[in-house]
Design a protein around this ligand. Structure first.
Ligand code: SAH
Ligand code: DHB
Ligand code: MG
Length: 226
């Protein structure tokens, strides 16, 4: 075994806790076969999203960045019978692969993949879905995270949870000199988050099959804090 310890432990969790199944495996296979990048959440992270959405009692979920629909399936499975998940994806090929994966997972009636740049789709959602999402997962292009988070708050309600993926980026988040647009995007997001009175938030660092990264977890407050 030449794996680093965090990959070995992720594999151990995956096996011991039965974090995968044929539907999820087939989604990953279809994603690889279509040549999509293998950057989806890990099984443990997918299960974490699932558990958070369940604990939240989420009936409506918004996701930005569908890829092959792997995280979508984990989240979709947390929904009740009449639950709804909207997932926004800019790449038509990703959306096509995701729709097939979602259908194979039996989630077609709950999940809708909306094709287009998220910043164009989000304003259109406002009229129908203002104050409506119980849970939001932000995982699209990183430079726009600050704007996405603002939309996420506007589209959710007091008590909603917002999870933002890939915030830490191998620790580069703390590198003030970084000129990587992804890192700069996350730093701009954290800057805005620091003074955002609408939410209560924390940052959590993670290691695993996806290396060293982390996420922000935020809860929309009942009323803006003094
Ligand atoms: N959430 C997925 C991984 C998403 S990868 C999972 O864990 O399974 C990021 C995705 O965001 C890619 O599919 C990419 O095409 C999409 N994306 C990038 N820019 C976007 C934009 N402006 N609007 C919507 N989706 C975008
Ligand atoms: C990338 C994007 C992700 O959402 C992720 O979880 C890991 C990597 C990327 O664009 O490289
Ligand atoms: Mg991600």
């Amino acid at each position: 075994m030449t794996d680093d310890p965090w990959t070995a432990v992720d594999t151990y969790f995956e096996e011991k806790l039965l974090l995968s199944d044929p539907v999820l495996e087939e989604a990953l296979r279809a994603s690889r076969a279509a040549g999509l990048p293998s950057i989806q959440v890990s099984p443990s992270q997918g299960k974490l999203l699932h558990l958070l959405a369940k604990a939240q009692g989420a009936r409506t979920i918004l996701e930005l960045g569908t890829l092959a629909g792997y995280s979508t399936i984990w989240l979709g499975r947390a929904l009740p019978k009449d639950g709804r998940l909207l997932t926004l994806e800019v790449d038509p090929k990703h959306a096509e692969v995701a729709r097939a994966n979602v259908a194979r997972a039996g989630l077609e009636s709950k999940v809708e993949v909306l094709l287009g740049p998220a910043l164009e789709t989000l304003p259109k959602l406002l009229s129908e879905h203002r104050d409506s999402f119980d849970f939001v997962f932000l995982d699209a292009d990183k430079p726009n995270t600050r704007a996405y988070f603002d939309w996420a708050v506007r589209l959710s309600r007091p008590g909603s949870l917002i999870v933002v993926d890939n915030v830490v980026r191998k620790g580069e988040l703390a590198n003030t000199a970084s000129d990587d647009p992804n890192v700069r995007g996350m730093r701009a997001f954290l800057e805005a988050l620091a003074s955002d009175r609408r939410v209560s938030a924390t940052g959590i660092q993670t290691v695993g099959t996806k290396g060293y990264d982390g996420f922000v977890l935020a809860r929309v407050l009942d009323a803006p804090e003094e």
